[in-house]
Write a protein that binds this ligand. Structure first.
Ligand SMILES: Cc1ncc(COP(=O)(O)O)c(C=O)c1O
Length: 494
């Protein structure tokens, strides 16, 4: 009997309940051990703001962000060693240029010296956002940039450049509808905005996946529809492309037309609809630092704003460095070229998304209210539902309190993305203006944790949920009126 025919007598390895990860640990770091009392003392000292809690004291999972916290592969570490730190045209620059063309399409990286500049490397995402918005902000007044959900720094960069950041969320995120694309833009709201005031909209933004809206993906149908509406008014469309590969996986697996289509092809089709994009490579670049701004060479943006690319180039040289490294070290560029190649691999993405989904399933089974279906990079707990039946009020900032207690009691760090982060204090009316969303986000770093780590977070959250009555609200001791206040504020338990 041949071995292959023998195999047919056993269940297929793909059908077993547990499957091995598509990677193994290359090197590990031993954690230091701290007690809950020691963590609580430090939290009290840093005003319950988890951003200021020393990461070395985190005995559980650090799920504050999935940004820049990727565990790199051995190939990336090897690539770092052959990084070339030349001031001009380092070795990695050419590799990265080729990889960017392969991943996103040739039209996003012109030949320097021969064609107009259109590819700008920056040290991280927000630097590339500022480079773009500084140029557009100067074009007129009362400008509005609509999005399916601006990230906090993106919105802040838009506003810092004198424009308004507008979120056109598509779906009721708190509902348990089976809609797989809750990250979509509300196209009807976009149509009415453009019908009324297209002249005030310099460009339209789509964040893939939609971090502010629960990390939910955007469908190809929505991308194409938004592009059609925007282009109909002669308005360019840009991606905030941080999690482009994860978004492509959802399209492949949940949009009938794309079943069986390669991720690489889906990515290129997605980017075929946009006139440019900003990106933080700290997510789907699989690196710890890096960002960029890319403009389609034959797109609407370059036609509508001639000369802007040259000004962005000057900005880049003034603020970051020569265009061939643009704020990144040669070794970082090498690691990025390798990371971009890996991130669209089917086996990597399938594991990544299923790890986040199983984490969410664990939370749901434990009775924790989360946004379902789970998105690509994080599990979002619905704070209002979590505290249902208790006395927690909006200006008690239950999400801030939950994060502090979780870190103190169980050593896991999560991030409030809700009434405190996205809200603001109205000094005249002396009250808090609360946003549409109120979440605590548990962002899963790429290639870093194993299932038992995330199971421990679920158990900790269950223990807190079972005792939610005794979680106090917080008073803002410092920073209520500051911009970007969640990064800076200090709190006390009420
Ligand atoms: C959707 C989105 N856009 C932009 C950014 C900003 O990127 P960076 O942190 O590299 O500045 C982030 C960061 O988390 C993000 O999630």
């Amino acid at each position: 009997m041949s071995f292959r025919s023998l195999l047919k007598k056993f269940p297929n390895e793909k059908d077993l309940a547990s499957r091995p990860r598509p990677y193994f640990n290359h090197s590990v770091e031993m954690k230091k051990i701290f007690t809950a009392e020691e963590r609580a003392d430090i939290l009290q000292k840093v005003g319950l703001n988890v951003f200021f809690f020393p990461s070395e004291m985190i005995t559980g999972c650090d799920l504050l962000s999935d940004s820049g916290v990727t565990t790199m592969t051995n190939e990336q570490w090897a690539a770092l060693h052959v990084g070339d730190e030349a001031y001009g045209s380092n070795r990695g620059y050419f590799l990265l240029r080729d990889q960017i063309r392969t991943t996103f399409g040739d039209h996003f990286f012109n030949e320097p010296g021969k064609e107009a500049p259109n590819a700008f490397l920056f040290h991280q995402g927000r630097a590339s956002e500022d480079a773009l918005f500084t140029q557009i902000g100067g074009f007129g007044s009362e400008l509005v940039i609509p999005s399916n959900g601006h990230f906090d720094t993106t919105g802040a960069n838009i506003e810092a450049n004198g424009m308004t950041a507008l979120n056109l969320f598509a779906d009721d995120l708190s509902s348990n509808s089976a809609n797989h694309f809750k990250g979509n833009m509300n196209v009807e709201r976009l149509r009415s905005l453009l019908a009324e005031s297209a002249d005030r909209v310099p460009l339209v933004y789509l964040t893939v996946t939609n971090n502010t809206a629960g990390g939910q993906p955007v469908s190809m149908a929505n991308i194409k529809e938004v592009a059609e509406v925007a282009h109909g008014y002669g308005i360019p469309l840009f991606f905030d492309a941080c999690r482009f590969a994860e978004n492509a996986w959802f399209i492949q697996n949940h949009e009938a037309k794309y079943k069986g289509k390669e991720i690489d092809a889906i990515v290129r089709e997605m980017f075929g609809s946009v006139d440019g994009f900003t990106i933080s490579y700290k997510k789907d670049g699989l690196v710890n630092m890096g960002g960029g701004l890319f403009i389609r060479n034959d797109g609407l943006f370059s036609k509508k704003y001639p000369g802007v690319a040259e000004r962005i180039l000057d900005y880049q040289i003034l603020k970051e460095g020569h265009p061939t490294y643009g704020g990144l070290s040669g070794r970082d560029i090498m690691a990025l070229a390798v990371g971009l190649k890996l991130v669209t691999k089917g086996e990597y993405l399938a594991h990544r998304i299923s790890q986040v989904r199983e984490f969410g399933e664990g939370m749901r089974r434990a009775g924790i209210p989360i946004i379902t279906p789970t998105g690509g990079h994080a599990v979002y707990v619905d704070v209002n539902k979590f505290f249902e039946g208790t006395d927690m009020k909006p200006d008690d900032f239950g999400g801030v309190s939950l994060c502090a207690v979780l870190l103190g009691a169980y050593g896991h760090r999560a991030c409030e993305l809700g009434y405190f982060t996205f809200g603001r204090y109205d000094r005249e009316r002396k009250l808090e203006v609360v946003p549409e969303v109120n979440f605590v986000r548990f962002a899963v770093p790429r290639l870093r944790y194993e299932r038992e780590d995330l199971d421990a977070v679920v158990q900790a959250m269950k223990a807190l949920h079972d005792n939610k009555d005794v979680i106090p609200g917080v008073r803002v001791a410092y920073g209520r009126e500051l911009s970007l206040r969640h990064f800076k504020a200090r709190f006390e338990f009420k």
